[in-house]
Design a protein around this ligand. Structure first.
Ligand code: SAM
Length: 223
């Protein structure tokens, strides 16, 4: 079973997304398990403080090292083999290859920041820093959810058709999925390409491969 722990100030953020569709299926089939750990539970003062002002001044607050590091250590105590990932815009970009790598790890701990981010010394406690992309979210929770969703659909037995994940975009680095069509055959004057109606499987496969290459090259040029 794939074990995910989420270190967060907002465990409730995950209630609805994990209780529908693919994540729900993975959890109900005992293919994946998710535990949220409330970082605030590791604060030691009576106000349950988790943030403080930055040294040197500047706007906003930072996540304090003591409760965050204690929460990370609790996750490692629960599973000594867990791979701890800090979600931060400064991290390496999350990709499909990374999702495939995480599947092999069996246990992932995702650390979600808030405010202006983390005290830098917390970085020494994690195995990796990961970014969802070059933009700033208000918290690590949407990033953690995206990572879990991408990983869960790759776990054997989660998707109805195991082939789906193998044919997805980026399984082969830089290669996008081909265009898909379903009924009706003509929609608002736009027809399904003839080749898809031909019943010639070799031709269909060749057409799909070419279309995927065209799309991938267009995207590479835009990047
Ligand atoms: N001051 C930080 C900066 O400019 O890099 C942004 C902090 S952001 C408002 C609060 C938290 O959201 C971060 O600590 C991180 O956990 C999460 N976050 C924001 N953008 C993210 C991204 N692109 N990828 C992963 N996590 C992100």
């Amino acid at each position: 079973m794939f074990y995910a722990q989420i270190l967060t100030l907002f465990p409730e953020f995950f209630d609805s997304p994990l209780s529908c569709s693919i994540p729900k299926r993975a959890i109900e089939a005992d293919i994946a398990k998710v535990d949220c750990i409330q970082i605030r539970d590791f604060s030691t003062d009576k106000h349950r403080t988790v943030d403080d002002k930055p040294y040197g001044g500047g706007p906003g607050m930072l996540m304090k090292p003591e409760p965050v590091v204690a929460a990370i250590r609790e996750a490692r105590r629960r599973d000594t083999k867990t791979h701890v990932v800090m979600l931060t815009p400064s991290g390496h970009r999350f990709t499909q290859q990374k999702a495939l790598e995480y599947v092999e790890k069996d246990s992932l701990t995702l650390l979600c920041g808030r405010y202006e981010g983390f005290d830098e010394r917390i970085c020494d406690e994690v195995d990796e820093q990961l970014s969802l992309g070059d933009y700033v979210l208000s918290g690590g929770e949407p990033a953690a959810l995206s990572v879990l969703d991408a990983v869960f659909r790759l776990l054997p037995g989660v998707l109805g058709s195991p082939e789906s994940a193998v044919l997805d975009s980026f399984t082969e680095e830089g290669i996008l999925d081909w265009p898909h069509y379903t009924r009706p055959e003509i929609f608002e004057g736009k027809s399904v390409p003839d080749v898809l109606l031909s019943g010639d499987h070799a031709k269909i496969e060749a057409w799909r491969k070419t279309q995927a290459e065209i799309r991938s090259n267009v995207r590479k040029k835009k990047a």
